[in-house]
Each structure stands twice: as C-alpha cells, then as structure tokens.
Design a binder for this molecule. Structure first.
Ligand code: IVH
Length: 670
C-alpha cells in the first residue's frame, strides 16, 4: 500500500471507531473539534486523491450507523446536517454564495437561532396525533424512540388547534438543561455510577434507553425547529412564521429566535447570543442562520450533506485535547494546595491555555489524571480552565498515580489534610513564601487596601528579595529599595510610594477584607464593619456574637476568632496602625427602608431585555428578596418567554404573575 493509502485507511478506521463510541456507546473519547479535524483531514486527502474514495468512507455518509435494539425507521425526507462556519469571513462567504445563486442584490433575510447542543429527532403527527418518533441515525435511517419521546412532558401527544396538516413531521432537538445534567451527575457520583461527559451525551444516553422508564426519570426537554414530510395541508411560507405556528400547535420553540436582514445583522445576533450563553439554562455551541423564505430555500437546494440555505456559526470550541506535561501543587493565600496540570499549550475557548486546575486530590483521584496522559481540557466563559477527563486509550505505559506531597513544595512545612475535608494545606503560615506572597497580593488588591501599582509581579520580587515579610512591611519600604528593583526607576518608585501612602487612609470594611481571614469576603467584611463599628469590638467578639452578623455561620465565626487570637496577627495589625493606616469608625445606622423591602420575587422563563442576574440584582438593590421557588409568601412571579413549572405553581397559589414590561416599569419608577 502507498503511504497515502495507509494514511487514508488509518484515518477511516479511527473515525469509524469514534463514530461507534459516540453513537453506539454514547461514550466519546475525544472532543468534537478533534473529530472534526480528523474528518477534515480525511476529506482533504480524498479531494486530492478522488480515485481512493470508497462508498464506505466515513465522508460518504451523513452520520453513523444506527444502534441495534430499536426498530429502524426510514426518513422519507432525509435528516441532513449543517455546514459549519467558525470565522466571520466564512459566514460572509456563505452569504455571498446565497446571493450569487439567487442572482439577488438585495439583503437576504435570515432566521437566526441558537444552535442547541442536543440531538436531532423527528416526530410524526397524523391528524394532530403523535404517532412515532425517530433519531436522526445516519440521516436516512434512524431508530424508533417513540416510547422514549412520549415520556418528555413538553412533547404534545395531540396538537392544539385545527389548521395543522393531516400528516406533519416535525423536527427538533432534544436536550438536557444544565441544571438537570448537574443533578444527574451528582446522583451518579453519589452512587458511584459512571458520569456523563456533558449534557449532550447525557441526553443521548437517556433517549437511547431500551427501557422508557429510565428516559422518563431524566430531565429532557425539546425545541422544534423544522418540518420533514408534510401532506394534506399547508404550512406558512417562511421559517419564522412556521415557528410561530409551531407554538400555536403546542410545539415548543427556542425563545431566542430573531429575524436578521443581511450578514451584519446576523453577526450582531451571534455576538449577542455569545454574551448570553453562560446564563442560558441549556448548552448551545453556536448559532444557526436559515434563509427565512421557503421559496428561496427551495431554489437554493442541497449539497451532499447539508442545505445551501443554512449554516451553523460555531463558537470557539470549549473543549480541546492536550497532554499533561507535569502536575504541580500551587500554594494559595490560606495555604491550600491546589493541584495544577501543566499542559502542552492548546487553543480552547478563544485563548491559549497551558495550565488547568485539577481542583483537589479527590478530583484527581476521581478522574485519575496522571503525568503523560492525554486529557480533555475545558474552558467555558471566564471560568478557570479545567481537566474534564482522561483519554484512557491514549495513556502511555508506566504512568503513576499522583500523590499529595507530605511537605509543602514551597517551604517544606508539613502538609495537613483534616479528616473529611477535600483541601490539604501547608502548615507554614506566613513562613511560607507562597502564602506570604498571596496574602500581600490580596492585601494590596483594588478591593482591599487598593495600593495602586503594587501588582503581583512586584510583590513576588519584593518577597523574594526578603524586603516584605508581612503586609505591614509595605509601609516601611524606602525609595531606594524600590528604585533599585528590576523594571523600576526613580519615577515609578516615587509613584508607588505615593500610592502606598494614600492607601493608609481606608475604611474599616476594606481593612477587615484586606486581612485575608479565611472565608471572609468583601460582603462579610462589610457586614462585620457595620455590625461592630470599630476594630476593638470586632477583635473582642466571641463566636456567639459573631453569628448574629448577617452571612456569618459557625465556620466563619470560628475563623474570625482564631485569626484575632494569633499573636502574630495582632502584631501585624498594631504595626499597620503604627505606620498610619487609619479609618473612620462606623456608626451603625438603622438602614433607610428600601422601596421594595419586605417583598419577594420569583423569576421564571427568559426575559428579553435583562438577563436573570441583572433583574435579580436590580430588584435586590431596591430591597426585594429574589427567591428560586414560589410559595404562598411570594409577592410576584415575573414570567418571561417559556416559563417553567414556577408559573403553574404561582397560578395554583394565586400569586400575581407579571411580565417583563411590568417589571421594567417598576424598576424605572424607583
Ligand atoms: S436545522 C437541514 N436548527 O445541528 C438543517 N439544527 O449540524 C436541519 N441543531 O442535526 C437542522 N440547533 O441536531 C437546526 N436551531 C437549529 C439547531 C440544529 C441544533 C443541530 C441538529 C442538526 C445539527 C446539524
């Protein structure tokens, strides 16, 4: 065999294997982008050597072979896939092709929709009655999953109204909302069962259960977005209108669908949805643009695997594959040892990642991550990159399990892991350079003492040079010491000294936060300052008194008492005050009543102009309580598009239900 032949055969075998793992076992071992890359590699080789293309090549079929165990159903109208665009230019090129084919100069109208990360299904309704449902399978033949689809509560067994075609095949995406997925995996973890890698696999695994009782126990939902075969009746002439009709017939659609004229408006939609992505209750991996007019869709037609009238604009992959070069332990401000995987750099979630957190030893143990392993790395939104799982098939020989070091890697003090806690800590306290550095960085941070210009790198230099041992040393730094540092000079030294000096004038809340007491964040520090009014009173408070303060439970109370009892901490505070750090005492004041004090709100469904977090924050700022479940005490339920079960509960309990416009008016009024 020639080298090219061999390469093609190897790629085909590898792709087939991944297809099998994905579709049949529901247990993929590589992330989608890696699969796409292999697929494209094969496509390119086949394009260069068309004589080597065989009908059995994975490029020659739409999906993978259906699993056995279900009756097979042939799709009269094939279930196609979508071409992908990653860069804006690819979308612009798509729009141009549409124009060229239609010989049209005018802007084309597109329906823009989130690309749901679930699995495609098709449902047949006859005379409005649900008859059967099938998976996409290989695009021509799927599996009969009627019994399972019936268990999804939001699937109507009888369409509403009268104007539906006598034979109507509707298509959509079954998915598992993020919250349900988290619960399912938490349950699996507790019972030592296998967890699902992501909500899509969980949805697929749940749908392809031979026992529909299992499906029924899983939190699945569906959004409809297309029709298949239609006979004896009419449907509207545009996609957007069709979706409105779907709603009237009782078929759920995604609430975030919008019309856009021209490619710029499409891009705007893309960015808008990308911003909302983290807050959506379900996973999406991009957006889909569809030429809105069915007539134009018809004119454009199809190419082998996909329609010419639609394209998926994908977000940068959030999961990628990389290799673990080393596993190291980072020591944090409170001495906590966090295992970190040093990775071969990989582009994921829009940035290059070379470190990923492994959280703690329990996590390493559970995922069994070892040096040399090939791993799936995930970076979603602004969350710290993490190792999701190991590709066991690629584990080299002679790897060893990672052990928690018994000595701190920075200061060699003993590492202590209290029984029942997940976190192990270095016992070195401020003797440990790492803890020293972190505590000084925290002290100087903007939300703490706000020492402008005293950034992380500078703190590290100063600690390494033994110029800073604890936070009070900041106020003893001299012009000469600073000016002699790397990348500093007389001017920046003078600036830093001015900033250090002006940080002396602070507030009690900032000072308490800056001390870095374990688990005392900004909000708790504020509450403590308000409650005690001055430092002496706080230092004398016992655990019982501390627990009277909002936000403070037994753990935080114990941490506060322990902190102030330590002679070393008392000395540092005295030194800070001696250096001139000062603040006005706080006179605890009865709070002016806020306009929505005493009222409680519950939000459900998707709001159009505000995210849920924004609405929550604005309501809370006016004194309202925002709660996640409806009770008889709830003052109002605010319902957006596609409200959940809270809506019915509110109706049952006679709680007033208001819409977004009402909420906006209320917020504006105050
Ligand atoms: S339309 C002929 N709309 O993406 C076009 N598909 O890559 C049919 N998907 O198999 C699909 N969200 O599973 C369409 N809003 C959406 C979608 C969507 C997710 C999935 C679907 C399809 C795959 C194609």
């Amino acid at each position: 065999m020639t080298t090219i032949n061999k390469k093609i055969a190897a790629l085909r075998a590898e792709l087939e294997d991944h297809n099998y793992r994905y579709y049949v076992l529901d247990a993929p071992t590589i992330p989608d982008p890696e699969y796409d890359r292999l697929f494209r590699q094969l496509q390119e080789l086949e394009q260069q050597h068309p004589e080597l293309v065989t009908p059995a090549s994975p490029t020659q079929r739409i999906g993978a072979r259906p699993a056995t165990g279900f009756k097979q159903i042939r799709h009269e109208v094939p279930m196609l896939s979508l071409a992908n665009a990653f860069a804006d230019e690819e979308l612009i090129a798509f729009d141009k092709r549409v124009h060229d084919r239609l010989h049209s100069g005018a802007q084309v109208e597109y329906a823009c929709e989130p690309k749901l990360d679930g699995l495609a299904v098709t449902l047949l309704y006859e005379q409005g009655k649900f008859v059967r449902a099938a998976t996409r399978g290989d695009g021509t033949t799927g599996e009969d999953i009627s019994a399972n689809i019936r268990t999804i509560n939001s699937v109507p067994l009888q369409l509403r109204g009268k104007d539906f075609p006598a034979l109507l095949e509707v298509r959509g995406e079954v998915f598992m909302p993020k919250a349900g997925f988290a619960e399912l995996n938490a349950y699996a973890r507790k019972h030592q069962e296998k967890e699902f890698a992501n909500p899509r696999n969980a949805a697929a695994g749940s749908l392809r259960q031979l026992d529909p009782k299992i499906t029924a126990s899983r939190p699945l939902e569906i959004f409809f977005y297309a029709v298949g075969k239609v006979a004896d009746g009419d449907i509207p002439t545009t996609h957007y209108q069709l979706l409105q009709k779907f709603r009237q017939w009782g078929l759920r659609t995604c609430p975030h669908i919008q019309l856009a004229k021209g490619v710029d408006a499409c891009l705007q939609f893309y960015h808008h949805i990308a911003e909302q992505r983290a807050e959506l209750p379900y996973e999406i991996d991009g957006v889909v643009y569809k030429v809105n007019d069915f007539n134009l869709q018809h004119k454009l037609g199809f190419v082998s695997r996909a329609p010419r009238w639609a394209i998926a604009h994908k977000f940068p992959a959030q999961e990628e594959i990389s290799k673990v070069d080393a596993i190291e332990f980072q020591v944090g401000r409170t001495g906590a040892l966090t295992p970190v995987a040093r990775l071969e750099p990989v582009f994921v979630g829009g940035v290059t990642v070379s470190n990923a957190t492994l959280h703690n030893m329990d996590e390493i143990e559970r995922k069994d991550v070892r040096v040399g392993d090939t791993v799936i790395v995930r970076r979603a939104g602004d969350v710290i990159p993490e190792v999701v799982s190991v590709v066991l098939a690629k584990r080299p020989k002679h790897t060893r399990k990672v052990k928690m070091p018994s000595k701190c890697p920075v200061c060699d003090s003993d590492v202590i892991k209290p029984e029942g806690e997940a976190v192990a800590r270095c016992s070195g306290g401020l003797y440990c350079m790492a803890q020293r550095k972190e505590s000084i960085k925290h002290f100087a941070a903007r939300k703490a003492m706000d020492v402008d210009g005293l950034g992380d790198k500078l703190v590290e230099q100063l600690v390494d040079l033994e110029l800073l041992h604890n936070v009070s040393d900041i106020y003893a730094l001299t012009h000469e010491q600073i000016a002699n540092l790397e990348r500093m000079g007389a001017k920046s030294a003078a600036n830093l000294l001015t900033a250090i000096d002006s940080s002396k004038s602070t507030s009690l809340a900032r000072f308490i936060f800056a001390l870095g007491i374990r688990e005392v964040g900004e909000a708790t520090a504020n509450n403590l300052a308000e409650h005690y009014g001055n430092l002496d009173k706080l230092m004398q408070a016992d655990e019982g008194s501390l627990q009277q303060v909002g936000d403070v439970g037994p753990v935080v109370a114990a941490n506060v008492v322990a902190f102030f009892q330590q002679a070393h901490n008392q000395e540092v505070m005295a030194a800070l005050i001696k250096h001139g750090v000062h603040w006005p005492d706080v006179t605890p004041q009865p709070k002016a009543a806020l306009p929505l004090q005493g009222q409680s709100f519950v939000l459900t469904g998707t709001l159009e102009t505000l995210t849920r977090d924004q609405a929550k924050a604005q309501l809370q700022a006016l004194g309202a309580k925002v709660s996640s479940s409806v009770s008889a005490k709830t003052s109002y339920v605010i319902a957006g598009a596609d409200p959940g079960s809270k809506y019915q509960k509110a109706e049952k309990l006679n709680v007033p239900i208001k819409d977004e416009a009402w909420l906006l008016a209320l917020l504006k009024q105050h």
